[in-house]
Write a protein that binds this ligand. Structure first.
Ligand SMILES: Cc1cc2nc3c(=O)[nH]c(=O)nc-3n(C[C@H](O)[C@H](O)[C@H](O)COP(=O)(O)O)c2cc1C
Length: 234
């Protein structure tokens, strides 16, 4: 994997095929605040429910938040983040193999560069972290919760669901950022959305139209080579 170069790729318009959606999707972290048409949200989230799951158990509950409610949640989550009141329902992983650490370090090195942040500028780095909780200005905040006892297969199911939403968003000309950060203050999300304690907040997603100008939105993260990750047997 090349670590020195930063690939920039503009995402424009709608993807016409799954391959195009896969090849052109990347995380968007600077959104146009203009609302997404309700008809688009209806179509996207209706189709998203076709995602597969273990024995068709469909462990997800999906909360699509816009308008006043979204603004309130942005404020409350930001306050929680600044106060350090972050405790996800499902603990974030603490240990990674060495090759993953290398990729994560590489991401960190590059993302501050394309975001125009000096790595030594702690205030700017903190602000970038806090931007997560404002949904990067996206007009739509999505939270995925579940009342299932957590296990490995629920995780796989939620992953299938999340990627389905992100690819469908590309078909509708929309950008996304999947965010563990949005699972970090679950009490706030439950209180604001009126959810039962048993609904664990697993992950969130910012959704909306990408802004074209910021270099950060053109940041296309690298992937390992096919030969290093996929082996064909016959
Ligand atoms: C489960 C999950 C959680 C993530 N959490 C965050 C997050 O909290 N904040 C963020 O900016 N990006 C987050 N990301 C985005 C990843 O950093 C991103 O997917 C990865 O670097 C690959 O880049 P790409 O999405 O642009 O292809 C998350 C991605 C996934 C799949």
């Amino acid at each position: 994997m090349e670590t020195e170069t930063v690939e920039l790729k503009e995402i424009t318009g709608a993807a016409a095929s799954v391959s195009e959606a896969m090849n052109t999707r990347h995380s968007i972290r600077r959104f146009d605040p203009r609302p997404v048409e309700q008809a688009k949200l209806d179509a996207l989230f209706t189709t998203s429910l076709r995602a597969p799951s273990w024995k068709n158990s469909q462990p997800w509950q999906v909360h699509v938040v816009t308008g006043e409610k979204r603004s309130r949640l942005a404020t409350l989550l930001t306050e929680a983040a600044i106060a350090g009141n972050l405790k996800p329902d499902i603990a974030w992983p603490a240990v990674y193999p060495a090759d993953a650490k290398r990729r994560m370090f590489d991401l960190g090195m590059k993302i501050y560069g394309v975001a125009g942040i000096d790595r030594k500028d702690k205030a700017a780095r903190d602000q970038f972290m806090v931007d997560n909780f404002k949904f990067f200005d996206a007009p739509v905040a999505v939270f995925i919760t579940s009342n299932f006892e957590m296990n490995y297969y629920v995780g796989i199911d939620i992953g299938c669901y999340l990627q389905s939403v992100m690819l469908l968003a590309r078909e509708h000309g929309l950008g996304t950022c999947p965010q563990a950060a949005l699972s970090a203050a679950p009490e706030v999300v439950r209180a604001e959305l009126g959810l039962a304690e048993e609904q664990k907040v697993l992950v969130g997603l910012s959704l909306g139209y990408p802004l074209a100008e910021p270099e950060l939105n053109r940041f296309h993260t690298p992937r390992e080579a096919l030969a290093d990750k996929v082996k064909f047997y016959s």
